[in-house]
Design a protein around this ligand. Sequence first.
Ligand SMILES: [Zn+2]
Ligand SMILES: [Zn+2]
Length: 330
Amino acid sequence: MERIRLGNTVFEGLNNAYLLPGDRPTLVDAGVATDSVRRDLREGLDAAGYGVADLEAIVLTHWHADHAGLAGELQTESGAPVYVHADDAGIVAGDPDAIAAEREIRERRFGEWRIPEEPLAEVTAFLDGHDDLRGDRVDVTPVEDGDRIAAGDGDLEVVHLPGHAAGLSAFAFDGERGREAFVGDAILPKYTPNVGGADLRVDRPLETYLDSLARLVDLDFAQAWPGHRDPIDDPAGRARVIAEHHRERTERVVSVLDEHGPADAWTVSARLFGDLSAIHILHGPGEAFAHLDHLVAEGVVAAPDGDGRYELLDADPDFDELVAVPETKR
Ligand SMILES: [Zn+2]
Ligand SMILES: [Zn+2]
C-alpha cells in the first residue's frame, strides 16, 4: 500500500490519498480539485509505477471536497467505479437535489445559531468561492456498512462511522500489522475532527460521533491511515483521547452558560474559540451547536428560546455519563 501525500493548504490541509496496488489497483480518496494536488496525485501514482488509467476502483471516505474533488476526472480518465457510502452518494454525484438539501439545512442552521451579518457574509463567500473545488460530477456506486469491495489483492470492508460526515466510512483491510483501516476524518492524529459544522445533515451530531468513536475502540485496528497527516499507531487510544476532548468541551460549554447566562450557539462559540474566520465561522458554532444539542437531549440545557438562546438547567451534571469515554479491551 502506498501513501500519496497531497500538499494542499485549503480546508484542513495536507490530505492523503492511498494506493492499493495489485490485481485491482485502487485509490482511496482523491484530493481536492486544484492543479497542485492534481500534480501531487499523478506524481505519487507514477512513483508507485501506476498511471490514472490503471485505476480499477476509487473509494471515497466521505463527500468533502478535499477527499472527493478529483474523483470525477479520475473516473473519466480511468473508467473506474467510484464507491462512497449511500448517505454521501448524492452530493458526490452532483445531484442538484442533494446539494440543495444540504444548502437549505446550512442556511437554516446559520439562522438558528445567530451568526451575525458580517461573519455570515464572510463564510458564505468562502463556501461559494470553493464550490469549484468539488470537481466534476461522479457516476457513484453507493455502498453500505459491511459491504466488501475488491481492492488491490484483497478487499476493503466498509465500516460506517458517521459524525464528521453523514456517510463517513472507514475501509478495513488485512495489512502488515493485522487488521488496519483507512479512516478518512473519523479520527485524525493531531486535532479533533469537526463535528456539527462539517456536515449539517447529521442528526444528533455529537452522540452520533461518540458512537462511532466507541465502535473504533471496539474494532481496535492495528493501524489507522487518516485523511490528513501521519498514520495513527493506536487508533483505539486516539479515539479515546478524542472522546475525552469532547467531554472537556462539554464541561466548558456548561461553564460558559453557568457564568454568562443563556446564550445562542454563536455566542457560546465565541466564548470557546474567540474570533473566527473563513471555514471556522462554520466549524466553531457548529461544534458549539453539537454540544448544546447533546446537552438539550440529555436534559441539562433547555431547548433554544425564540432568540436561539440556550439556558442551563443543571449546572452540575455527571459529565462521565454525558460523554462516556469507551473502555479499551486491552
Ligand atoms: Zn472531512
Ligand atoms: Zn478532511
